[in-house]
Design a protein around this ligand. Structure first.
Ligand SMILES: [Zn+2]
Length: 234
């Protein structure tokens, strides 16, 4: 009897690797970080308590993302008139990304102590992006889902930010309605110029390395920033 290949591991073959992302040159265009405001007619909900220390009760992104998010929202309205996009995450401070990365690194090293250098980064990257290539700290990545008229999220196979193998966009183990909702979200975001990430159905980016690689751009236009909109006591 031949052993069946694990479908999730096969899907992972299609994800961009740390090495691929690290190979993309970056030249920051200097665009400002702005809060997602009324120019975006969809919904915004801050879900990360840690980010409140840096950006209060608002979600910040690079300026060009706001119009693009609105375009995605308008596209959604043509397909699902009673629904809205709801953005739950944008800019992530480098300190938070580094903390997440280092904690996963510890977990990985407990299981595979022989890993080091690029190999170690590559393995950890599948669970938590290496800070130097991560999208959220550039202000170019967003996490979002679709909510109905009452504000309830549509089914997507898993809740947003719930990390398991079925968060993979093309998991064949989710129901048909969830699969359809994932495709509609992906369609709306791609029409607006965002690149999808096949490892998390809710994650999309513009201007970062993931976007540059996906759309064969010569370089990424957003680099990682140490940004804070909140006055911190010295
Ligand atoms: Zn994300």
């Amino acid at each position: 009897m031949t052993e069946q290949p694990n479908i999730y591991r096969l899907l992972e073959n299609h994800f961009l690797t740390y090495r691929e992302l690290a190979s993309v040159p970056v030249e920051d265009c200097g665009e400002a970080m702005v809060p997602i405001g009324p120019e975006f007619s969809g919904k915004v909900l801050v879900v990360d308590e840690q980010m409140k220390a840096y950006t209060g009760d608002r979600i910040y992104v690079r300026e060009a993302l706001v119009d693009r998010l609105e375009k995605a929202q308008q596209t959604l309205k043509t397909v699902m008139p009673d629904c809205d996009l709801q953005v739950v995450y944008g800019y992530r401070h480098l300190n938070i990304q580094t903390f997440k990365f280092e904690s996963y690194k510890k977990t990985v090293l407990e299981r595979q102590p022989e890993l080091e250098g690029v190999e170690l980064n590559e393995t950890v990257h599948r669970f938590s992006a290496v800070p130097e290539v991560a999208g959220h700290p550039t202000g170019g990545a967003v996490d979002l889902h679709i909510v109905d008229a009452s504000g309830k999220p549509l089914p997507f196979g898993t809740p947003i930010h719930k990390y398991d193998d079925d968060t993979y966009v093309f998991s064949p183990f989710i129901d048909r309605e969830s699969a359809r909702n994932r495709q509609i979200l992906r369609y709306c975001m791609q029409v607006a110029g965002f690149a999808p990430f096949d490892g998390e159905w809710w994650h999309f980016s513009y201007g970062d390395r993931e976007w540059a690689f996906y759309y064969s751009q010569p370089k990424a236009i957003y680099s990682q920033l140490n940004f804070s909109s909140v006055e911190t006591a010295a």
